[in-house]
Write a protein that binds this ligand. Structure first.
Ligand SMILES: Nc1ncnc2c1ncn2[C@@H]1O[C@H](COP(=O)(O)OP(=O)(O)OP(=O)(O)O)[C@@H](O)[C@H]1O
Length: 260
C-alpha cells in the first residue's frame, strides 16, 4: 500500500478546472516527482494533500487513512511536511532561530528531544542542508538558494514522514543542486518519503523513483524516469513537441548509474 494516495481528485475554481480526476500515489521511502507545464495543477494538488484546499470531488488517503476532511494542522501533526514556492521564513529572525521556531511549532522541545532527528539538534540540521555558515545571519539577508535550503531545514525540524517540496531547487546553482539531490536521496533512504514538484528535469530524472505528469489538471502519464522521458504524450504536452519533431535536450537520457 502506498504512503499517499490521491484518488480521483477534482478541484474547480468557478469555471476553471484546476485538477481533473487526478489519481496518483507516493510510495514509502522513495522520491516521487510531480511535473507538468505552468498552470497544470501541481500546486493545487499539494494544497489538496496538505489540507489547504478542499477538493470538489475525490479523496486523499495517507498511511491507509482517509484524511480528506482533516484540517492542515492535523495532517502536519501526522507527518505531512511541506515547503512553498514562495519563501515563508521569518525575515527578521536568524537562520538558526527560524529552525528553532519551526521545531517548537511542530512538537515542542520535549517532542523534539524524543524525535528521530531531534537528537541531532538545530545546528546539525543546518549543517546537513549545507547552510551552517549562515546560522547567525538574518533570514532576509541570505541568498535565495540558501533561503530555499532554510525552508527545507524548517520542514525537516518537524520530522516529516512525507515531505512535499514545491520547486525546491529554484535559486540553487548547479553545484548546490547536485548536493541538494544527494541530500534528498539520503533522506529517502532514511525513510522520509518525498513528493516533489520541480522544473529542473535533470534533478527530477536523476533522483525520482516514479514520476507523475499533469497537463491541464489531468494525469497524462505515470512511470519510471526512463519511461517518462521517452513518452511522446509527455513530450508533446510538457515540452510542446514529440521526440521525432525536434530538440529533446530537456528530456535527454541521463546516465544509468545515476538513476535510482
Ligand atoms: N485560488 C484560485 N482561484 C482561481 N484559479 C486558481 C486558483 N488557484 C489556482 N488556480 C488556477 O488553477 C490552475 C492550476 O494552478 P496551479 O497553481 O495549481 O498550477 P501549477 O501547475 O502549480 O503551476 P506553476 O507551475 O505555474 O506553479 C491555473 O489555471 C490557475 O490559474
Amino acid at each position: 500500500m502506498a504512503l499517499l494516495e490521491v484518488d480521483d481528485v477534482v478541484v474547480r475554481f468557478g469555471g476553471v478546472t484546476a485538477v481533473n480526476r487526478a489519481s496518483f500515489t507516493a510510495d514509502r521511502g522513495v522520491i516521487t516527482g510531480l511535473i507538468g507545464p505552468n498552470g497544470a495543477g501541481k500546486t493545487t494538488c499539494f494544497n489538496v494533500i496538505t489540507g489547504l484546499q478542499r477538493p470538489t470531488k475525490g479523496r486523499v488517503r495517507y498511511r491507509d487513512r482517509d484524511v480528506t476532511g482533516w484540517p492542515v494542522h492535523r495532517r502536519a501533526r501526522h507527518g505531512i511536511g511541506r515547503t512553498f514556492q514562495r519563501l515563508e521564513a521569518f525575515g527578521s529572525l536568524t537562520v538558526r532561530d527560524n529552525v528553532r521556531v519551526a521545531q517548537e511549532i511542530h512538537g515542542g522541545p520535549l517532542a523534539w528531544l524524543g524525535s528521530r532527528r531531534g537528537a541531532l539538534g538545530v545546528d546539525v540540521l543546518l549543517d546537513r542542508v549545507g547552510i551552517a555558515e549562515y546560522a547567525d545571519e538574518r533570514a532576509d539577508s541570505i541568498p535565495t538558494g540558501t533561503a530555499r535550503l532554510l525552508e527545507l531545514a524548517r520542514c525537516l525540524a518537524g520530522d516529516p514522514r512525507l515531505l512535499l517540496l514545491d520547486e525546491p531547487s529554484s535559486g540553487l546553482d548547479e553545484t548546490e543542486t547536485d548536493a541538494f539531490g544527494a541530500l534528498l536521496v539520503e533522506l529517502a533512504a532514511e525513510g522520509c518519503s518525498i513528493l516533489m514538484v520541480e522544473h529542473d528535469m535533470d534533478l527530477v530524472m536523476s533522483v525520482c523513483h516514479e514520476i507523475h505528469v499533469l497537463d491541464f489538471g489531468e494525469i497524462i502519464a505515470s512511470g519510471a524516469p526512463a519511461d517518462i522521458r521517452t513518452d511522446p504524450s509527455v513530450q508533446r504536452a510538457y515540452l510542446g513537441y514529440a521526440e521525432d519533431e525536434g530538440d529533446t535536450s530537456v528530456l535527454e537520457p541521463v546516465a544509468e548509474e545515476v538513476l535510482p
